[in-house]
Write a protein that binds this ligand. Structure first.
Ligand SMILES: Cc1cc2nc3c(=O)[nH]c(=O)nc-3n(C[C@H](O)[C@H](O)[C@H](O)COP(=O)(O)OP(=O)(O)OC[C@H]3O[C@@H](n4cnc5c(N)ncnc54)[C@H](O)[C@@H]3O)c2cc1C
Length: 384
């Protein structure tokens, strides 16, 4: 018999996990489905495990988040405090170094991801999202559907039918979209559909739905290309850099010079180092090298990385790499105007939205995603 869920959420990122943990904490007893296109939870806060050894892990998207003003907001403040108390996150104090205009390391950050208190997961970013979802899921209220890419939405007789590219149908009374893909024109190409899915589902005039679709379609996205690297075993960095996690951050001037946005080291269980290089403005250079072959590109990146590390006394000898791969983030962060918070829920159609694309503190970052999840959970509980 077909299950009718009380709540279906599309997307398994940090905004969803915040939303879910908060509605469960507030006593929501309904049956929930979380539907995610990827293989696991995390979204842009996800972790990649090495093919060679699943214990080797790298945060290949967002590695940290920061909170500058939240003390003014009691619910956000309480949420962060709970994550700290439950040992799900830790402070990244003394682990981040920004290169200033004179190419000297400084803890005076200009990069907006490092203002205020900077946190990361105590384990890895995917696990943070997973642990958060399961924090209050003590009665197994949630069914997870992974590798399920939703391409079609229908709203009939007060029920949402969501349909995947493999024709899997999931039915629910209330729908939450944690990504704006199903509202945005980029869905036409990415999902290979002829009409924006939410527009197709709700084709009658509705002030809130019309406005959210219109505004979402004005948003654009920052592209990033990241390189994921595992070194051979038994490496450690020199002196103050010999820590479990180290972030090197490049300001605009130094990015122009080296091309990298950040270099992040994560010590692995077997004494190898995991390294993620974030880039924002290197697409054409990367494409040029890649045309010569992947090996050529990886040699170029490895050489650039070792040159930086040795000339700044981070290591004394070249690091040798075991594994290097590339990750393309076509939509790493939204840019342009955020969506007003009043459009987060449309009662007439039993639908809500959350994610970093709302115009609230932390727009375009984990903080915004968390905040939107908290705000939607309050609205949802009030409505339900
Ligand atoms: C490389 C990189 C570095 C970053 N660095 C930082 C940083 O240092 N600090 C910071 O605060 N933020 C950073 N960010 C931004 C941060 O990752 C995001 O703001 C945050 O993770 C957004 O969470 P979310 O839940 O709103 O969305 P997402 O994590 O994108 O979750 C949405 C989920 O929905 C799924 N989905 C979408 N459409 C469908 C569909 N049709 N069917 C099924 N599933 C679907 C997606 O697969 C995704 O998992 C970074 C992002 C990237 C990519």
């Amino acid at each position: 018999m077909e299950i009718i869920y009380d709540l279906v959420v599309i997307g398994g990122g940090i905004s969803t996990s915040t939303f879910i943990s908060n509605i469960l904490k507030k006593g929501f007893k309904g049956k929930i489905a979380i539907v995610e296109a990827g293989r696991g939870l995390g979204g842009r806060c996800s972790t990649r495990y090495s093919q060679k050894d699943k214990k080797l892990a790298l945060n290949h998207g967002c590695p940290n988040f920061n909170v500058k003003y939240s003390l003014k907001n009691p619910s956000l403040n309480e949420f962060i405090r709970e994550l700290l108390d439950k040992n799900l996150i830790k402070n990244l104090e003394n682990s981040c170094f920004e290169l200033d205009d004179n190419y000297k390391f400084s803890e005076n950050y200009k990069n907006y991801f490092y203002f205020g208190n900077v946190y990361t997961s105590t384990c890895n970013m995917s696990k943070l999202v997973e642990n958060l979802i399961n924090l209050y899921n003590t009665e197994n209220q949630i069914d997870f559907y992974f590798e399920t890419l939703i391409v079609k939405l229908n709203f009939y007789s007060k029920l949402w039918n969501i349909i995947s590219n493999k024709n899997k149908k999931i039915v629910g009374k209330f729908l939450v979209c944690s990504s704006n893909l199903l509202l945005h024109k980029r869905s036409l190409e990415i999902l290979n559909v002829s009409e924006i899915p939410l527009r197709k589902a709700i084709n009658k005039k509705n002030i809130k739905i019309d406005e959210i679709i219109k505004l979402t379609n004005k948003q654009e996205y920052i592209k990033r290309i990241n390189f994921l690297i595992f070194t051979k075993k038994n490496y450690k960095l020199e002196g103050i850099f010999d820590k479990d996690i180290i972030h090197f951050i490049f300001n605009d001037k130094s990015q122009e010079e080296i091309g990298f946005e950040r270099i992040i080291f994560q010590k692995q269980f077997d004494n190898s180092l995991g390294i993620v290089i974030h880039t924002r403005h290197m697409e054409s250079t990367i494409n040029t090298y890649e045309r010569e072959g992947k090996e050529f590109l990886y040699q170029f990146i490895s050489k650039k990385l070792n040159n930086f590390l040795i000339s700044n006394y981070v290591t004394s000898k070249n690091l040798l790499f075991d594994d290097i791969s590339k990750m393309n983030w076509r939509a790493s962060q939204p840019i342009g105007e955020g969506i007003p918070e009043r459009l987060q829920i449309c009662e007439e159609y039993n639908i809500g939205f959350c994610g970093d694309w709302f115009q609230i503190e932390g727009y375009g970052s984990v903080l915004g995603a968390i905040f939107s999840g908290l705000k939607l959970s309050n609205k949802f509980i009030e409505f339900y």
